[in-house]
Write a protein that binds this ligand. Structure first.
Ligand SMILES: [Zn+2]
Length: 429
């Protein structure tokens, strides 16, 4: 693989050039097969003068900031490109600028990839932590935990050469809500999701949501990137892994291949909510100042979430459980979005299905009735999901650990040995 960036008016255009041995079908770190639709995408960074204050150039006492931002470090250019190119790269990758020996070593150790050219000094660590902010409950919870951290919001925009058959995805609404938070928000726009022909538009790697933040890391003086991944995604095999304890999660553990690569570029991945469940991130988000801007539905408009999609149904179960009230939905068990709950477990996010089924009054009259019958969860058997898993705090880099630890202690308390055993035997019972 060869990759190169060209820059024009704040638009960073990435081109992938496959080696003869590389095909259009690639594999994501989580095992998902993906097919490439086209060879270019772009990321639009805000003008130095616009966007969040953190994204702008520092204005010096000697006069206005220079017209063009400083060139990002070679490791940042390479890392941003890799979040897009990784699934299709076999054996080696050639970047358009030299990278540091430490980054090359992380490619070799983590992926067995020969990356170069090598010859750049290590990137000096920045001092700030930015939050990759989608606007969902998990990232809103992280924003509440770190009230002074700048937010970077990734907004999907159409690709000039790939038809958009997913117009129901209202990225404009989500970007608007992010701006309404009143926080320091930088919106980066990108069509990189349209590189995927199959299974559907989406991030080539989960980490591609960070590509814009990575390119901005020099300008914003970033020394880490925080994400909203909670205990399910980090430790319980969330997402496409189902129902197993994943201490060595290759995407999100600090010692995994991605964790080491980001750290080598001076941008460790930070999961402030990695020790708590989705029910607790939702409780935190809905009790925070960001309550009115929290939106997990990708389809809803200015009036609110759509109430009809699978995400709305799943999150309504969690919210109803947190609020200890009956489920408020018009979705019935025979709808396609409710089909998976008519099957026996395991389920993705099963810990939250257990939590919801144990706490929502009248669950037997909802689309989760069959799941509840299989799971037989109780308030007592799911209480561990209200406390923080201590190893998740221990893996937060030192500059931000104490602040997170305090919120965890004050809001949730920490798991005891028995709770910890529930996490670490998850999927084996
Ligand atoms: Zn929805």
């Amino acid at each position: 693989m060869r990759v190169g960036w060209t820059v024009e008016d704040g638009r960073w255009r990435l081109r992938l050039r496959l080696d003869p041995a590389e095909g259009l079908t690639g594999t994501v770190t989580d095992g998902q097969r993906v097919v490439l639709a086209t060879d270019t995408c772009h990321i639009r960074l805000p003008d130095a003068a616009a966007g969040g204050s953190g994204a702008g150039l520092p204005v010096t006492a000697s006069g206005p900031a220079p017209a063009e931002p400083a060139e990002p470090h070679g490791d940042l250019r390479a890392l941003a490109a890799w979040t897009v190119a990784a699934p299709w790269t076999a054996g080696r990758i050639v970047f358009d600028r030299p990278i540091s020996p430490a980054l090359a070593e992380a490619f070799r150790e983590g992926w067995g990839i020969d990356a170069g050219p090598v010859g750049e000094d290590p990137r000096p660590a920045g001092s700030r932590l930015a939050i990759s902010y989608s606007g969902g409950a998990d990232s809103a919870a992280v924003a509440a935990i770190l009230p002074d951290a700048p937010l970077v919001h990734f907004r999907r925009v159409p690709h000039p050469r790939v038809p958009n058959r997913w117009t129901h995805y209202r990225s404009d609404v989500l970007a608007g809500l992010a701006r309404e938070t009143g926080r320091d928000v930088t919106v980066v726009e990108s069509d990189l999701e349209f590189l995927l022909r199959e299974p559907r538009p989406g991030y080539p790697e989960h980490h591609a949501v960070l590509a814009g933040a990575v390119l901005l890391a020099g300008r914003m003086d970033l020394g880490g990137l925080a994400l909203g991944y909670e205990i399910g995604s980090r430790w319980l095999g969330g997402g496409r892994y189902v129902h197993r304890f994943t201490p060595d999660n290759p995407m999100w553990s600090p010692h995994g291949r991605w964790g080491r690569l980001f750290a080598a570029a001076g941008l460790p991945l930070v999961l402030p909510a990695g020790g708590i469940s989705e029910a607790m991130t939702m409780r935190l988000a809905l009790n925070s100042k960001l309550r009115d801007q929290v939106r997990w539905c990708l389809r809803g408009d200015g009036a609110g979430p759509c109430g009809r999609c699978g995400k709305c149904l799943y999150k309504e179960l969690i919210q109803a459980a947190v609020e200890r009230r009956p489920l408020n939905t018009t979705i019935t068990a025979d709808r396609p979005v409710a089909r998976k709950w008519q099957q026996p477990p395991p389920y993705g996010g099963q810990e939250m299905i257990e939590y919801g089924c144990a706490r929502v009054p009248g669950i037997e009259h909802t689309p989760f009735a069959v799941a509840a019958g299989h799971l037989k969860a109780t308030v007592e058997s799911t209480r561990w999901l209200e406390r923080c898993y201590p190893p998740a705090v221990a893996e937060i880099p030192r500059p931000w650990r104490a602040a997170v630890e305090k919120v965890m202690a004050d809001e949730f308390g920490f798991m005891d040995e028995q709770d910890v055993r529930r996490v670490e035997s998850w999927g084996r019972r």
